[in-house]
Design a protein around this ligand. Structure first.
Ligand code: ADP
Length: 257
């Protein structure tokens, strides 16, 4: 079982952060990083001081989704701290900016790396730190949740039934840890073509989660070529199209966290 690493003592690096929000999913590829990044830039657009911590050490997406000028984290050798890189005013730390290539590590080592990156970063004063969680509900996630005082969790899912079963696990993990799950984002729920709306993965898994677990908010994100294109181009959709439908959804999500 995962043990709290800090034994109740909050590391100095996290003491200047008001809200720590986990964006979580139980499967890879459901759009967790897309949601984390767009949520972070939405909060920044609302005037908050924001950081993103990409805890997905096995598949860090942040370096693809944003294009900061400085693509390598710098160290402060005297203080032994990491200086986050920054893009459009949002501070960021990701293993993908550590210049180490792909990670081949066992769980405890991953927890150690995540821990070090997160707690030795010079986040400074932040209103929100958005954590892009590693997918799943194993030891790595549990350790992270136990050591970081999360203020809220957002769960990302897709409409398939299988995804629902996995999400239920995530919801249970957060509720055991007494972290409030404030919203479910049902991603890739539909697309519009020829004046019609299509639901390629079926409907209703998000509302099932909301009903079953009493999560207060459910947001739908459509399949949109611009969402994936903006993810690949390094400019988040909410930055590229701040008045668009997706940006409005994220503003509503931003208010919940
Ligand atoms: P995860 O973090 O859960 O692994 P990502 O956010 O990296 O998932 O998304 C996986 C891929 O799907 C990315 O290429 C992303 O741009 C794309 N994607 C995610 N959500 C959407 C969407 N609603 N419409 C189109 N493409 C999407």
């Amino acid at each position: 079982p995962a043990k709290p690493i800090f034994a109740g003592q909050l590391p100095a690096g996290l003491q200047t952060i008001s809200n720590i929000v986990a964006v979580s999913s139980c499967k890879g590829g459901v759009g967790k990083s897309t949601v984390a990044v767009n949520l972070a830039y939405t909060l920044a657009g609302m005037g908050a001081r924001v950081g993103i911590f990409d805890a997905d050490v096995y598949g860090p997406s942040l370096p693809t989704m944003v294009s900061p000028e400085n693509r390598l984290l710098e160290m402060n050798p005297e203080k032994r701290t990491i200086i986050p890189t920054e893009y459009l005013g949002v501070k960021m730390v990701s293993f993908g900016f550590a210049g180490q290539g792909h990670a081949i590590m066992r769980g405890p080592m991953v927890s150690g790396v995540i821990n070090q990156l997160l707690t030795t970063a010079e986040w400074g004063e932040l209103d929100y730190l958005v954590i892009d969680m590693p997918p799943g509900t194993g030891d790595i996630q549990l350790t992270l949740c136990q050591v970081v005082p999360l203020t809220a969790a957002v769960i990302v899912t897709t409409p398939q039934k299988l995804a629902f079963i996995d999400v239920a696990k995530g919801v249970r993990m957060f509720s055991k840890l007494k972290v409030p799950c404030v919203a479910v984002v049902e991603n890739m729920c539909h697309f519009d073509a020829d004046g019609k709306r299509y639901y390629p993965f079926g409907r209703g898994s998000g509302s099932q989660v909301v009903q079953q677990f009493g999560i207060p908010h459910l947001f739908d994100l459509p399949i949109r070529p611009t969402l994936s294109a903006s993810g690949d181009s390094g400019t988040p959709e909410v930055v590229a199209d701040p008045q668009g439908e997706v940006a409005k959804t994220f503003q509503n999500l931003g208010v919940c966290v």
